[in-house]
Write a protein that binds this ligand. Structure first.
Ligand code: BG6
Length: 491
């Protein structure tokens, strides 16, 4: 089975932070893939912009090295790379002065009629300055969009301020707030599973679902981002955005269409229906952890504080939360969330556990019946698994067995699994905001997260140590086991 590529209009992508880490690891390889899959129309250009004084040639060399380093084996094709590098340009610009902006304008004016996208792969502290410069230098055309990366604020107040600053220059329909989790194939599949099948929807509520688990586990540590991470922590870094988005897609009502406003309206309602966690219940509903030295990927690894090089820190590298949604559909159904660095493996999944059967007609010899689970695996090995009770095959009377209908997308379809950025970068050009966060969503997410942060502070809630390479602190296990449930750990 082959995927269908619909070419987009010619565009100029201006990447601020064009020589930075995100451009190197994600954006340039993603754009290269879209080129080789035939999605570009000509003329299309990618223009790196940052403070470094690079020439076009030097930037092309940087991009070539980035492709060599980050493409998988067999993906680097000499002729395609040559074509890709020829569409790259570079302009040194300074966000805080007028240096370089006239040159950027000159280049962009050569393609006035094309779609123009500004990607801000820079620290949020300069989003405002760059937006203003884009405006002042008259770089905004009818076909212009701006893309911003997280973190969008570190609390509600700073998010409001950031949104206001960008909103002064760009209209909401021009602003694309990226949450790369929304571009992951399986996350989109969650919508297909829920809304393209009649099977699940009648069961998708508190009458039939016992609880939901969302796990985003990483085996990596700080990866050289200590400066940012220690001021953020797992709640801000992963829950406020990625995990709440997963929760929204799992819990939202059926939108009337895939239209961006229809989808985002429904997600917003979920965020607004989340029951508050604050100083009064934060200790029962949350666990904070921080990794200590241990082993990961087969070798010894340092603890968090050692990675900070002797620092003292109460920043959480792990968080588990029992969240609840106060509406008819989900009343009484806990959503257990957990995420952390230096856990036992890289594994992200959403597990829907249905209620047990109301009455068992089988005798004891048949064995225990296990509640059905639907497991949506985001990574690695994207796929969907549905557990079912069956009769154990063969003679021996009626004995029950829990089995899985397991669909791994990689083995089921012979297509490359695109990186999340590929889809999202092209959605910007297509002006499709369905998989991007609207301003009110980001703010509603902070409205729920802020009281947790404040609650931790007021309660003086300390991080619990966990050994690197494990599933987090024992208190996280207690969080779910207190309710008579267990974390799904079948990886
Ligand atoms: C980023 C976080 O948004 O997502 C990182 O800032 C995290 O800390 C990353 O490692 C995880 O993304 P993925 O796609 O590797 O699961």
């Amino acid at each position: 089975m082959s995927s269908q590529i619909i070419p987009v209009e010619p565009f100029d992508y201006v990447v601020f932070g064009g020589s930075g880490d995100l451009a190197e690891r994600k954006l340039l390889p993603a754009l290269y893939h879209r080129q080789i899959e035939g999605q570009f129309s000509e003329p299309t250009r990618i223009i790196g912009a940052s403070r470094s004084a690079l020439s076009n040639e030097e930037y092309r060399k940087f991009a070539d090295a980035a492709l060599k380093e980050h493409l998988k084996k067999g993906e680097y094709d000499d002729a395609e790379v040559k074509k890709f590098l020829a569409r790259l340009f570079y302009v040194p610009v300074d966000a805080r002065s007028d240096a370089g902006w006239d040159q950027l304008k000159k280049i962009l004016d050569e393609g006035k009629e094309r779609v123009r996208a500004f990607y801000l792969a820079v620290a949020p502290g300069i989003f405002g300055d760059i937006s203003q410069k884009i405006h002042d230098h008259k770089l905004i055309t009818k076909q212009t969009r701006i893309v911003v990366e997280k973190p969008i604020g570190r609390d509600l107040a700073s998010a409001l301020q950031l949104n206001d600053t960008i909103g002064k220059v760009f209209k909401e329909e021009q602003i694309f707030r990226i949450d790369h989790y929304l571009g992951k194939e399986t996350v989109q599949n969650l919508m297909a599973l829920r809304f393209a099948n009649a099977l699940y929807e009648p069961l998708w509520n508190a009458n039939h679902i016992d609880h939901v688990q969302i796990t985003v586990a990483e085996s990596v540590g700080l990866e050289g981002r200590a400066g940012y991470y220690d001021t953020a922590g797992a709640l801000r870094d992963m829950v406020q955005n990625h995990i709440l988005q997963l929760l929204c897609l799992t819990a939202m009502e059926i939108p009337s269409s895939m239209d961006s406003e229809a989808v985002r309206d429904e997600k917003l309602k979920v965020l607004r229906a989340l029951k508050p966690i604050n100083a009064s219940n934060v200790e029962q509903a949350t666990v904070r952890g921080q990794y200590r030295a241990g082993a990961s990927s087969g070798g010894p690894v340092k603890g968090y504080l050692d990675e900070l090089e002797g620092g003292v820190s109460n920043t959480e590298t792990f968080v588990a939360i029992k969240a609840e949604i106060g509406n008819w559909r989900w009343a009484g159904v806990p959503f257990y969330i957990r995420t952390g660095k230096r856990l036992a493996g890289r594994m992200s999944e959403i597990v829907i556990t249905f209620k047990p059967i109301p009455h068992n007609i089988f005798d004891q010899a048949a064995g225990r019946t296990v509640a059905n689970q639907l497991i949506i695996r985001l990574q690695p090995d994207e796929g969907v698994k549905q557990s079912l009770m069956i009769k154990d095959p063969g003679p021996g009377g009626m004995r029950l067995r829990n089995v899985s209908l397991d669909m791994s997308f990689a083995s089921a379809f012979n297509v490359r699994n695109p990186d999340a950025y590929e889809r999202l970068l092209m959605d910007v050009i297509r002006s499709n905001q369905t998989l991007f966060m609207r301003r009110d969503e980001v703010e509603a997410a902070w409205e729920w997260v802020d009281p947790i942060l404040k609650g931790w502070e007021e309660a003086g809630q300390q991080v619990q140590g966990y050994t690197a390479g494990t599933w987090g602190p024992s208190q996280a296990i207690a969080l779910i086991e207190r309710d008579g449930r267990t974390w799904h750990d079948d990886i």
